[in-house]
Ligand binder design. Structure first.
Ligand SMILES: [Zn+2]
Length: 754
């Protein structure tokens, strides 16, 4: 029994929290408003904007300070559209940027007269998107950070009736007070004393300050701070000085003023309570499906309340408690899921409301400010054609199949588990996504062709249609393989043109559902225990296992993808071997620069490294071979030596080191030589191993007992290489071995020899 009491007590306790939601008198509301002005004074557009910004944040710019930036940056929509939802929606970078610019457009005052329609092909997930968005809005709007207030009148009978009927109600109240235990009796007494009249339009209580007096009133209420400055200057807050309360609130205000004769008394009857959103009840947020029938009862009322108001005011005509369904989403969201069936009628009905912000409820003009939004299929466009005045009010936001490979991969991870990456060699999973996306792009890109000209020069890294370049850009990456010239010409104008091409892409090709099926097929059949999905597996899948899929992939794309992959892993393997020499390079270069200042045949201790140097022709040539290549002419070698020495004495030593106090490794000359050295090292780092059959076998035998039979040098090199591939490029041991064998067996060094 005690246990049950305790549980009951907890339950009661938790309900007290809801009690905090009870209405507060107008003066308390003003205190609250003064304390949190930016939060309490928000219309639907402002709060929707704040909601998205709260979940998504500011975004990440991978190229800060890029003067040609068009602000095409990475936003993380996971908290808004993925977290906590049964059916997540993944916004690719293109859609995320479109959505953000729509959200930014919600600020600034002029946006009431619009309906936002998200327009996209079947299978792009647009309904999921809208559902998730609205769910998060509901969550936010009902949380402390998103709470706004609405008017609820507490008509004080004694005040309105001038004391005439004080007896009846309060005698019962006093009786209950004596016997009952507080709470309930208070409530009962309140109910007798007050007639509660909610505002069906969810008006902000602030609107009940007469419009003419508002500027002065708000000026008095707020300190001279940033908020007050925004309030008086920003377009966002035009509504505060422009809007009137609904006809019910204004007629009630007038009638009460007439009866009690004093605005202060009328104000004392205004209360504020949190504006609660409940999509299922259609409170503040309503979503219509095409099959939802149109209501036969366009005008809503409340006969009991109407009678009570009439009795209290002794006039049944002064205040008409009459409103439309639109009032229920005033200051909230009205959404249409697909523009067909009955939703087509609904869209047309919105016409007056959207263009004038007002419509007729019987003879009364009702004002409606809502956020109107919806989703539609491109083919339903015919349903709105021919209504010019309406289509001017529609802002379409394109929602397509995913066009950025990292988002596409994120979808697979979400469906098949975070671990799927372990079944793929690095880069291969991403390449699968690229194959899928290639089917969704337009064949030619005028913007890229104008910019790059002849695609032939990038054939090592890119396909002839430059799809791989485009995908990189859509993912927010400017590829490192672009030459200096093209990098420089990648202007804001070109960027805008490239991004604009996405507006016509992602409407066909493999749909979101297709790609999941295709991925499942590949993964289930090839990603078995102990085997890795390689580039070979991937290409064979699209050419041999599912040749019918290849028809949707642009000609030559798979080959180009493979070539780019080969080039990339060759760089990885080289990088993994070369890193070993970094310290050596610095030492060589410092010694070389120091030695240049001495006659050959002498010895000296290098002041940078402390090495004792025998400065001979072969010592210098040994380092120059890395800087100039081995087959350089003797002439060029001498010339280079003289130039370098001149530069060293005239600038490096005298200026940079002695005057500016730089370390030698930070000087320009050192940097230039370092670049040359690294380039040549990387290029040839694999050469000693390629012809060596032992090397290949040692890679194969790594981590077996056999490995110990190889000589020390090979064991060290192989261990070093495989460790680096794992540390730097995310391979596991098996993957690292496979990729080394792949490089050797396919003779990639030969294929990419400069
Ligand atoms: Zn109202």
């Amino acid at each position: 029994m005690d246990e049950v009491r305790r549980i009951m007590k907890n339950l009661a306790g938790s309900q007290e929290i809801e009690d905090q939601e009870r209405a507060i008198p107008f003066d308390e509301f003003l205190v609250l408003m003064r304390r949190h002005p930016a939060r309490t004074i928000r219309n639907i557009h402002q709060i929707f904007h704040d909601m998205v910004k709260t979940f998504v944040g500011e975004g990440v710019d991978e190229y800060p300070g890029d003067p040609e930036s068009i602000n095409f940056i990475g936003f993380d929509f996971t908290p808004l559209l993925v977290d906590g939802s049964d059916q997540p929606f993944f916004a690719d970078r293109l859609f995320a940027n479109r959505l953000m610019s729509m959200i930014d457009g919600l600020r600034g005052g002029a946006q009431q007269n619009k309906i936002y329609l998200f327009d996209g092909p079947p299978g792009c997930g647009k309904s999921t998107f809208l559902n998730n968005l609205l769910r998060k809005f509901e969550e936010y709007a009902n949380s402390p950070a998103g709470t706004r207030y609405e008017v609820v009148w507490h008509l004080d009978r004694s005040l309105v009736e001038g004391g005439r009927s004080e007896e009846g109600g309060s005698r019962l109240g006093r009786l209950l007070e004596r016997h009952g235990e507080s709470g309930d009796a208070d409530d009962m007494q309140d109910r007798q004393r007050f007639l509660e009249v909610p505002c069906p339009s969810h008006d902000n209580p602030l609107l009940l300050i007469p419009r003419k007096r508002r500027p002065e009133f708000l000026d008095d209420l707020f300190e001279d701070d940033q908020f007050k400055w925004n309030l008086s200057t920003s377009k966002d807050y035009d509504w505060v000085f422009r809007d009137n309360p609904c006809t019910i609130c204004s007629s009630l205000y007038q009638a009460l003023l007439h009866r009690v004769g004093d605005a202060g008394r009328v104000m004392s009857m205004i209360h504020a309570r949190p504006y609660r959103f409940d999509r299922r009840l259609g409170k503040g947020i309503t979503v219509f499906n095409p099959g939802d029938r149109l209501t036969k009862q366009p005008v809503l009322t409340n006969a009991v309340l109407q009678r009570r108001i009439g009795t209290l005011l002794q006039d049944s005509n002064q205040v008409r408690y009459l409103f439309s369904r639109y009032a229920r989403t005033n200051n909230g969201i009205y959404a249409l899921m697909d523009i067909k069936g009955f939703n087509r009628e609904r869209l047309l009905e919105l016409h007056n409301i959207i263009s004038d912000g007002v419509h007729k409820v019987e003879e009364i003009e009702e004002r409606v400010y809502s956020l109107f939004m919806g989703v539609m299929n491109p083919e339903d466009n015919k349903n709105i054609r021919g209504f010019q005045s309406l289509s001017d009010r529609i802002e379409f936001i394109n929602i397509s199949y995913v066009l950025d490979s990292s988002t596409e991969v994120e979808i697979y991870r979400n469906i098949f588990g975070r671990h799927i990456g372990e079944s793929f060699l690095p880069r291969v999973l991403n390449n699968f996504a690229r194959v899928i996306i290639s089917s969704r792009l337009n064949e030619k890109s005028p913007a890229l062709l104008d910019w790059i000209g002849d695609a032939e020069k990038y054939k090592l890294y890119c396909d002839e249609n430059l799809h791989l370049l485009k995908m990189a850009i859509y993912t927010g990456i400017i590829p490192v393989w672009l030459d200096e010239e093209d990098r420089k010409n990648f202007t804001a104008r070109i960027r805008r043109r490239v991004i604009a091409e996405a507006e016509t892409e992602g409407q066909s090709g493999f749909s979101g559902r297709d790609s999941i099926d295709i991925f499942h097929d590949l993964y289930a059949n090839s990603g078995r225990e102990g085997r890795m999905i390689t580039m070979d597996t991937l290409c064979a899948f699209f050419t041999r296992a599912r040749p019918e899929l290849a028809r949707q992939i642009p000609d030559g794309f798979l080959e180009s993808l493979r070539r780019q992959y080969n080039y990339q892993i060759l760089q990885e393997v080289k990088e993994s071997l070369y890193y070993y020499n970094e310290e050596r390079i610095a030492r060589d270069l410092k010694n070389y620069l120091f030695a240049l200042n001495y006659e050959t045949g002498t010895t000296a201790v290098c002041s940078y490294t402390g090495d004792k140097l025998e400065i001979t022709e072969s010592f210098l040539a040994g380092i120059e071979n890395h800087l100039l290549g081995e087959d350089v002419s003797e002439n060029r070698r001498q010339e280079f030596r003289a130039e370098t020495q001149r530069e060293y004495t005239s600038r490096t030593l005298t200026q940079e080191i002695m005057v500016e106090g730089l370390d030698i490794s930070m000087t320009k000359l050192f940097g230039d030589l370092h670049k040359r050295y690294v380039f040549s090292l990387k290029n040839r780092v694999l050469d000693p191993f390629l012809g060596n059959a032992n090397f290949r076998r040692a890679v194969k035998d790594f981590a077996t007992d056999n490995f110990r039979t190889y000589d020390r040098k090979i064991r060290d090199d192989v261990t070093f290489l495989l460790d680096n591939l794992q540390d730097k490029f995310g391979y596991n041991e098996q993957g690292a071995r496979e990729v080394c064998l792949y490089v050797v067996d396919n003779e990639l060094t030969e294929k990419f020899r400069d």
